[in-house]
Design a protein around this ligand. Structure first.
Ligand code: ATP
Length: 478
């Protein structure tokens, strides 16, 4: 087996994740046939299914499992004044330095983590020939123009976060939703940042999806709700399989805090690049609503008819990245192991149940079944004797309940390996016995255990197993 990762002690490295994602159609570099465009990615079939499941689990936690949060989907293009009020126009900047020698640009506050353009073994500024400019502020917002004529059109910005779409709709939501603080507005959507140094695959890109929720509370309850959301968000990741020893909460030091924040903690994951932010949870006070009230002239406050009290709610914000979370789930699920075969070869057509190939190394994504792109694959052992027809019938029954796949191509061993690499928790194999007694073999991705089950009622059984409590088998090996 390969060398363990120096940060995590795990077998997983970012290179292995990138290679698996390309090989199995999760994620591709964007515009590849034109040589690619820096740090943008396209999601293939399994990547779409996986990221959709991540977002669906987030929505489930926000909407289905509670009754104090409502949904919103705001526009990417918003009035330019939104960004003036939010402070992004003036202050959403990173310090930038140029190297006059190699022509590359670097984030001045990340030099110690970056590589020199000419001597990748050194950091920018370390080699004799490096010639760095002084740092200057670089605004991360992408500019565009609204209107047909560039010169006379209005300058607009691609939103750098989804949160402001929530604040500017506070009044609309309050009016229709019949909610009163404490209540939240949840949002999932694309954001854009002209990052100076994107990288580490989909960890930091210029176009990404955010899952943000603004929770509006009476000012006196802010600290209690801040602590509530810290615990809730940490629980969300571990319930979906992230190993608790690879997840931590890190409170920001006072000098890291934004001027309006009275407390921010990051949920951090132990990525192959080391501990890094997955999600930020901030106590934002009344900063956002007050700013938008001042800039728009609208009253953005809550009037409590019971007590006669009028106040500007304070805001607790859990802000997560859908792509970064997807990467964390992939990294945490990645595993390699030696498989001891049950003795029968892949071509042995009389083997019942269909055995694992003799011995070999397999790569397996031990994803939580609810996150797995495909929940069950139906595999006819041979392409004749009525097996493909029966397998199609089973696949058809599954499709109404779970994302399932029919796969008849290649040896059974190769098909198992393929399903392991995309994280399919259950494989259903149809063999000659299936034709005789309408049973099939169910193979478990993690334990490799096989059991014989009746075809009758199999769709309900698969659905039940996908939603049953699950614990990553990687926990027992750490
Ligand atoms: P970082 O310090 O990593 O730049 P941030 O503190 O600026 O992140 P927030 O503004 O709090 O990030 O955004 C909330 C979440 O959105 C982050 O925790 C991350 O998951 C995601 N996110 C932010 N920027 C990017 C990016 N460039 N690419 C992918 N995801 C991102």
């Amino acid at each position: 087996m390969s060398e363990p990762n120096s940060h995590t002690g795990d077998i997983v490295t970012m290179d292995k994740i990138v290679a698996l994602c390309k090989r199995r159609g999760f994620i591709f570099p964007s515009s590849e046939i034109y040589g690619g465009v820096g740090s943008t990615y396209d999601f293939g079939h399994y990547g779409v299914l996986l990221k959709n499941n991540v977002k669906a689990e987030w929505w489930r936690a926000m909407l289905q499992e509670r009754d104090d949060i409502v949904a919103l989907d705001s526009a990417i293009l918003q009035h330019p004044k939104v960004w003036e009020a939010s402070g992004h126009l003036a202050g959403f900047t990173d310090p930038l330095v140029d190297c006059r020698t190699c022509g590359q640009r670097f984030r001045a506050d990340h030099l110690a983590d970056l590589q020199c353009g000419r001597k990748p073994s050194k950091h920018p500024g370390e080699a004799d020939e490096c010639d760095l400019t002084d740092a200057r502020d670089f605004n991360l917002m992408f500019e565009t123009t609204i209107g047909p004529v560039k010169e006379s059109g209005a300058t607009a910005y691609l939103r750098p976060e989804t949160a402001q779409g929530i604040f500017i709709n506070f009044k609309n939501v309050l009016q229709f939703s019949r909610k009163k603080p404490p209540f939240g507005i949840a949002h999932v959507g694309k954001s854009f940042r002209n990052e100076i140094t994107p990288g580490n695959f989909i960890f930091r890109t210029r176009e990404f999806e955010q899952m943000e929720m603004e929770f509006f509370v009476p000012p006196g309850e802010a600290q209690r709700w801040f602590e509530h959301w810290l615990a809730e968000r940490e629980r969300w990741y571990t319930e979906l399989g992230i190993r608790p020893d690879h997840l931590r909460l890190r409170a920001h030091d006072p000098e890291e805090l934004s001027h309006y924040s009275s407390g921010t903690s990051d949920v951090e994951y132990l990525f192959p690049i080391g501990w890094s932010e997955l999600e930020g949870i901030a106590n934002r006070g009344d900063f956002d609503l007050t700013q938008h009230a001042q800039h728009s002239g609208e009253k953005l406050e809550y009037f409590d008819q019971g007590s006669g009290e009028r106040y500007v709610p304070h805001v607790i914000e859990p802000a997560a990245g859908a792509d970064r979370a997807t990467l964390a789930f992939l990294v945490d699920a990645y595993d390699e192991e030696l498989v001891e075969g049950a003795g029968a070869s892949a071509g042995d057509r009389s083997a019942a149940p269909p055995a694992e190939p003799v011995v070999g190394q397999r790569t397996v994504l031990r994803l939580h079944p609810r996150l797995a792109p495909v929940k069950a694959a139906v595999l006819p052992l041979v392409g004749k004797d009525g097996q493909p027809e029966l397998a199609r019938e089973v696949h058809h029954a599954l499709r109404g309940r779970v994302q399932a796949e029919y796969d008849a191509g290649g040896s059974i061993g190769k098909r198992y390996r393929r399903q392991d690499e995309i994280g399919t928790p259950l494989c259903l194999t149809i063999d000659h016995q299936s034709i005789e007694d309408r049973t099939l073999t169910l193979r478990d991705r993690d334990s490799l255990a096989q059991e014989r089950l009746p075809i009758e009622g199999i769709a309900e059984e698969i659905e039940r197993r996908v939603h049953a409590p699950w614990r990553t088998p990687k926990l027992s090996s750490v």
